[in-house]
Ligand binder design. Structure first.
Ligand SMILES: C[S@@+](CC[C@H](N)C(=O)[O-])C[C@H]1O[C@@H](n2cnc3c(N)ncnc32)[C@H](O)[C@@H]1O
Length: 226
């Protein structure tokens, strides 16, 4: 795993260039109509064909657009039918800003499928003392508390603990409607939008999943009645 200091240095030195690159993409290349879905943070292994894959990591990740999610997303208002992110939002300092940005870019009726480390499962497994639920990544820890710290904070890489209550609160605050929890076992309310995404998700744990996934929709304007 890349050290936290190396990442800080990366964002400090390349952040402004990424900002310019995102601005140029948004104003010269971003689709205005008929866009495909946007995949935020594919990393090295989960590039989605047919989607616009966006990542800050220009060194080892595979992406179509190089941009920093801490800045305004490089898309126009009301243009993107679906956003997908998997184990990304817990890395962002300002969740409120992120969900508002995704909401801005989605078309009315568009959907965000967002997932990250499941805080509810992790806390339940900590209380139950179930060491086996946790892994040795990024550090080998013998105690349940150490393993909880590993999972939730990931050596300081994660800036948020994602629970269903918290994600629902943030999504509603941004204006989304009907946030729905989906199991990471390829469950979705929108197979027409997310079938390619399900192909890169990997979990089979129904009872205490490691990934918390929520789908939420941007409301369509309601018809005015007289
Ligand atoms: C833990 S990886 C997840 C990769 C993949 N989605 C998966 O589930 O295996 C997080 C990804 O988010 C990207 N990322 C994190 N913070 C970001 C930011 N501020 N702007 C753009 N990309 C970011 C990282 O570069 C990395 O590719």
């Amino acid at each position: 795993m890349i050290s936290r200091n190396a990442k800080l240095l990366f964002y400090l030195s390349l952040g402004p260039v990424m900002g310019i690159n995102g601005w140029i993409y948004r104003h010269l290349r971003a689709p205005r109509a008929g866009a495909s879905g946007v995949h935020l943070g594919p990393g090295q292994k989960t590039y989605l064909n047919g989607w616009i894959n966006v990542d800050a990591n220009c060194l080892t990740a595979r992406c179509d657009v190089w941009a920093d999610f801490r800045r305004p997303l490089p898309f126009h208002d009301d243009t993107i039918p679906a956003f997908y992110s998997h184990h990304v939002v817990e890395h962002l300092p300002d969740l409120r800003q992120h969900f508002h940005e995704v909401f801005r870019c989605l078309i009315p009726g568009g959907v965000y499928r967002v997932g990250g480390p499941d805080g509810d499962s992790a806390i339940a497994k900590f209380v139950a003392g179930d060491n086996a639920w946790f892994s040795d990544f990024p550090d080998v820890r013998a105690s349940t508390g150490g393993r909880l710290d590993n999972y939730l904070l990931c050596r300081g890489e994660h800036l948020h603990i994602l629970t269903i209550g918290f994600l629902t609160e943030m999504l509603l605050d941004a204006g989304f409607e009907a946030p729905v929890k989906c199991l990471p076992t390829k469950e979705t309310r929108h197979p027409e939008l997310f079938s390619e995404c399900l192909a890169v998700e990997w979990e089979s744990d129904y009872d205490f999943p490691h990934t918390l996934i929520v789908e939420a929709r941007k409301p369509r304007p309601t018809a005015l009645s007289d």
